[in-house]
Design a protein around this ligand. Structure first.
Ligand SMILES: *[C@@H]1O[C@H](CO)[C@@H](O)[C@H](O)[C@H]1NC(C)=O
Ligand SMILES: *[C@@H]1O[C@H](CO)[C@@H](O)[C@H](O)[C@H]1NC(C)=O
Ligand SMILES: *[C@@H]1O[C@H](CO)[C@@H](O)[C@H](O)[C@H]1NC(C)=O
Ligand SMILES: *[C@@H]1O[C@H](CO)[C@@H](O)[C@H](O)[C@H]1NC(C)=O
Ligand SMILES: *[C@@H]1O[C@H](CO)[C@@H](O)[C@H](O)[C@H]1NC(C)=O
Length: 249
């Protein structure tokens, strides 16, 4: 399972490269801590170190050695970093504790004039869903809407087979329902606003792991384990018995 994840992540890292973005990629399971390493062993007297996060380049932590000031701005961005940032006052490295998917994204470390980038991926715990054979199951992307250059992909099974994709960049919505011997044929519904996927009229062949990959400037993913349970029909047989002579002699 872990191995599969890593394979997938490597694939995604390669995709980043293709996009011409470079930097250090870090990867963490939701709830764990991650340290973004400044690469410094100690700070010099006139160093100014700044950590910034996300599309808006929001400053989240700063060290000004001259001023002897160490500041963590953890109330920014709706408090998503509150009580979760630890700034090492010797090296300037930043630790984010108890991560959630809200901490996934682009981190920029500026040391004086030098810039270093990190991409943080936070993996969700696998969500388990059960469904009765024949019923529909919806896998929620938790996205409220997709932005113009977003790409999302749904993948299924051990081979991570691509079954559905929304590519806003190319303005394309594709359902690959002929893959895997057609087991998904006419059964996939992809919500074009949120990217959520519904599998209708499930059979035990749809049992397995589904992954949602989201590329929205950075990469994130969600995993679902779908269990399809069968319905057992109970046949009650009624035997006709003739009259029994209990007073048999
Ligand atoms: C760092 O602190 C010094 C002394 O207070 C100040 O002169 C300098 O402007 C500060 N640098 C930054 C980038 O804030
Ligand atoms: C650096 O942090 C350590 C432990 O968090 C603390 O004991 C020490 O006083 C700090 N040093 C400075 C210069 O802030
Ligand atoms: C981790 O964060 C979650 C909310 O995202 C919170 O409910 C939980 O108490 C936090 N755990 C710790 C150990 O801080
Ligand atoms: C999204 O789906 C709705 C209903 O299925 C459809 O009316 C609409 O045209 C679709 N929008 C796009 C951009 O495909
Ligand atoms: C559901 O799938 C079964 C085959 O697995 C098929 O026989 C049946 O017609 C399908 N029902 C609907 C409502 O599509």
């Amino acid at each position: 399972m872990k191995k599969m994840f890593l394979k997938l992540v490597l694939l995604c890292l390669c995709l980043w490269r293709l996009d011409g973005v470079s930097g250090e990629a870090e990867l963490v399971m939701e709830g764990d801590s991650v340290s973004l390493n400044s690469g410094l062993t100690e700070m010099k007297d006139d160093d100014v170190i700044q950590w910034r996060f996300g599309d808006e380049n929001t400053v989240i932590a700063e060290i000004n050695v001259t001023a002897g000031r160490i500041t963590v701005y953890d109330d920014v961005l709706d408090g998503r970093f509150r009580d979760r940032l630890k700034l090492d006052n010797q090296t300037g490295s930043l630790t984010i504790t108890n991560t959630t998917t809200e901490h996934a994204g682009d981190y920029i470390l500026q040391i004086n004039r030098k810039i270093k980038r990190f991409f943080l991926n936070v993996f969700d715990e696998v969500k388990s869903v059960s469904v009765k054979e024949g019923d529909s199951v919806s896998l929620n992307s938790d996205l409220t809407e997709m932005k113009d250059d977003d790409v999302i992909q749904w993948r299924f099974g051990d081979e991570n087979t691509l079954i559905a994709e929304i590519n806003k960049r190319a303005d394309r919505i594709t359902v690959y329902d002929d893959v895997l011997d057609g087991r998904f044929r006419d059964r996939l519904k992809l919500d074009n606003q949120t990217g959520s996927l519904t599998i209708t009229n499930t059979t035990t062949e749809h049992d397995g792991d589904y992954k949602l990959l989201v590329f929205t400037g950075f990469f994130s993913s969600k995993s679902f384990r779908v269990s399809v349970y069968e319905i057992y029909l109970k046949y009650v047989q009624i035997f006709e018995i003739g009259p029994i002579n209990i007073f048999h002699t």
